[in-house]
Write a protein that binds this ligand. Sequence first.
Ligand code: GDP
Ligand code: IMO
Ligand code: MG
Length: 435
Amino acid sequence: MSGISVIGLQWGDEAKGKLVDLLTKRSDIVVRYQGGANAGHTIVDGDTKYVVHHLPSGILNGDVKNVVSPGVVLNPGTLIEEIDAVTSQGIEIGDRLLLSERTHVVFPWHVAEDIAWNEEIKGEKNIGTTLRGIGPCYRDKVGRTSAIQLGDLYREDFQAKVDSICQLKKVLLSGFKCEVDPALLDPKKIFADYSAFASRLKPYVGDSTDFLLDSVEANQRILFEGAQGSLLDLDHGTYPFVTSSNSSGVGISAGSGIPSKWIDQVIGVAKCYSTRVGGGPFPTELTCETADHIRKLGNEYGTTTGRPRRCGWFDAVAVRYTSRLSGISGLAMMMLDVLSELDEIKICTAYELNGKTIRSFPSHADDLAKVKPIYETLPGWKSDVTSIQNFDELPDAAKNYVKTISEYVNIPIEVVSVGPDRKQTIPVGELLRNL
Ligand code: GDP
Ligand code: IMO
Ligand code: MG
């Protein structure tokens, strides 16, 4: 076996970081292949909490090499802060990090553009991005005329590129109503800052594509760490309320440079309920006390932005769709403990759209916004599950809840998580056994 992937099946924050960290024990290399500092992956070990944004979650395991491949958009200043943060927590990076010189670099003008568009589009149409400059950086990458890759930071024409792009961006941003912080468009400052970042990151920069191809050919075990979730996928998610990369399973090869023949297994991560942060349709969203209860118990506040996450019931129509799309072979069902105090729990099993019952996921966001969820209601278990280590020891109602989800989604359960700590994890299938 050479390649396993971990993919979020909802709108992000499914606890992918926790699962990736556990799987590093059976991996030689962990790869981040799309997204950027919009991601926030959390790993909890006893009293210590680690949060990573660009760094693969494998960085915490001293035996694992970590690769940031071409599909990522990289903010070097933020990455350096992350490196410093984990180093201060006792993690040694040494030669365990490789940053592809093909990654596209996020500059202050991208953040300025993200902020400007966010100001411009009010109300329901607002995407509610993380304001990390992700969309504008990918837009420039696709446009090709004003983009800078990590490798370009070490070339002679870097300063000239910064000067000319700053001029262009000033013109572009003058068309927006909002004031732009002049520091975000100051070519001298940007060149000086990014030259300093470039020297600091130099030891890590190289050709990740060649390295990864050599590694798979040498039977190294690769773990692909998805960021965001499949419903935020640019092509297959709830467009336009999505991120700017292919965050479902279909993005792995394009972003990493590894042909799909090397990817043997794709594990789907989902919460036992649903959350979404930012704008866009969310059929099972709750606005009652239950939402506040879930938010409180699940600590549902954005890891990257601190925004309260919208909360709702588990949506089996959506997760069946994303499991098929991402080629999922096993489910990791996270945050079961968060539902432990509820009398009853609902699963959305179908939608009603224009008077008809449908089981497929509508492709247009306006249709998704109109659907009414059809629920199956299950009894709660009303007991603490946070120290249970074995699936058979879970209360019957909890087992029944997880099994019902598995039946509706039509994918077997591999893992159940009952708390943030590494130890609060129940292996169900073979994936996490004998690690
Ligand atoms: P990611 O972006 O998918 O890696 O997920 P985040 O780190 O943004 O959000 C998941 C949050 O849930 C983190 O704070 C985790 O520490 C926490 N977490 C992970 N698994 C569980 C679980 O089973 N129960 C509870 N209560 N929290 C969990
Ligand atoms: P992880 O990897 C949850 C959401 C934003 C917004 C939309 C577009 O931690 O699961 P962007 O800044 O990417 O242009 O924002 O996508 N979003 C996430 N939501 N978890 C994430 O990452 C997210 N990354 C982006 O809230 O709705
Ligand atoms: Mg997150």
